[in-house]
Design a protein around this ligand. Structure first.
Ligand SMILES: NC(=O)c1ccc[n+]([C@@H]2O[C@H](COP(=O)([O-])OP(=O)(O)OC[C@H]3O[C@@H](n4cnc5c(N)ncnc54)[C@H](O)[C@@H]3O)[C@@H](O)[C@H]2O)c1
Ligand SMILES: [Zn+2]
Length: 357
């Protein structure tokens, strides 16, 4: 799969390690000039897998940060840059980002600024990382509580997908990552939505199925990104479910923290209802979406029974969302399953109403 800009490739499993090995042998001056970025968990669970495929990577330099979203900030970037400096990194250095979205976001960002830009490769180890964070060339870190406020568009050399990493990933993280896969189907590919819909139990999915579903999901995102790399228009459809989803994520942060994917599922249910009300989404599609998510994600019940004052607070959070232009809350809304519009304006009363449905 080729990125139109510069030649980003996505490789799977054995082929991926072959590719990386050849790249390291032929396009990096010395293995000592390669840096593997991990967090404490990917150090434990994922590094041994990578080394078992490419043993000479043992001689590269390891940079480790603590795991967690709190670490995705500019201070950690400086710490990583200081480590690169300590190990005498230069403009020909290569960073291998081995981890979830936090590692690929921060590692990609550091690669984009260190010595005005060095090469990097993404090796995502979470489902969310594979189908979303490591795809699409967005890198960045948070500024205090403002998500992804500092960042850049920067293209990796290539992307390596090994679904074997998912074996050690907690089930709730898998479920969270699946939300973005469902989203890809809803906004751009009905067939893929139907395939995702057949998943009734995670334990029933074997490695080959994961491989296939992840590949399809990446293709859908990559195709959208290729058409609008800098999010001037079409790429905004990837925000479906996220206007309300982000607000719910922030709101529940103070009470019982919920994972991003769960917030997005709740956001997609609400925004599908709004899509039905003002964007022509057939009621049968809305019912289909709601029942699918209710079966797989019982957590979504949280949005029912919110009080008026709670809904007001969630609305206030949405008003601060950076995607709002000219003081209007902007949505991406479904036209039907597989088709999505963007830059849709929604009245406050309709937003309130969607929580009561
Ligand atoms: N750049 C983008 O376009 C984009 C898109 C979506 C999300 N993101 C970002 O991605 C981040 C979330 O990514 P995430 O959900 O992968 O979070 P994460 O990177 O924090 O990973 C989740 C947890 O799983 C652990 N982990 C990772 N791989 C593991 C494995 N194979 N086995 C066991 N444990 C493992 C991590 O150490 C961490 O504790 C957010 O910061 C979000 O903003 C970026
Ligand atoms: Zn998301």
């Amino acid at each position: 799969m080729k990125n139109s800009d510069r030649g980003e490739f996505i490789y799977f499993h054995e082929k991926a390690y072959e590719m990386l090995k050849n790249y390291l042998l032929n396009q990096v001056d010395s293995i000592k000039n390669t840096f593997i970025l991990v967090d404490d968990r990917t150090h434990q669970h994922c590094l041994p897998i990578l080394l078992s495929h490419i043993d000479f990577l043992k001689e590269s330099n390891l940079i480790q940060i603590k795991s967690g979203e709190e670490e995705k900030n500019i201070h950690t970037c400086i710490q990583i840059c200081k480590n690169l400096e300590k190990f005498k990194a230069n403009r020909k250095s290569l960073i291998l980002n081995l981890g979830g979205g936090v590692i690929t976001d921060i590692g990609g960002f550091v690669a984009s600024i260190f010595k005005r830009g060095i090469r990097f490769v993404n090796i995502p180890t979470t489902l969310l990382g594979m189908v979303d964070a490591a795809v699409g060339n967005k890198t960045g870190v948070n500024l205090d509580s403002i998500k992804n406020e500092i960042g850049s568009f920067y293209i990796p050399e290539f992307l390596i997908i090994d679904t074997y990493f998912l074996k050690t990933l907690p089930k709730k993280e898998i479920i969270s990552g699946m939300a973005e896969m469902f989203k890809h189907g809803l906004i751009a590919n009905k067939d893929f939505w139907m395939k995702m819909n057949q998943i009734k139990d995670l334990n029933d999915i074997d490695v080959n199925q994961w491989h296939h579903l992840i590949y399809q999901s990446i293709l859908i995102k990559q195709k959208i990104v290729d058409q609008d790399p800098k999010e001037k228009g079409l790429r905004k459809i990837l925000n479906f479910g996220h206007t309300i989803g982000h607000a719910l994520e922030s709101y529940f942060l103070n009470a019982e923290k919920i994972l991003h994917g769960i917030a997005v599922i709740m956001g997609m249910i609400c925004e599908s209802w709004i899509s039905y009300k003002i964007n022509g989404l057939p009621i049968s599609d809305y019912e289909n979406i709601k029942s699918t998510f209710s079966e797989l994600y019982p957590m979504q019940k949280k949005i029912y029974g919110l009080s008026d004052s709670e809904i007001e607070k969630i609305l206030m959070i949405m008003e601060y969302d950076k995607k709002n232009e000219k003081n209007k809350i902007q949505f991406s809304l479904l036209k039907e399953i597989g088709k999505c519009s963007y830059n849709c304006q929604v009245t406050h009363s309709l937003i309130k109403e969607c929580f009561l449905k």
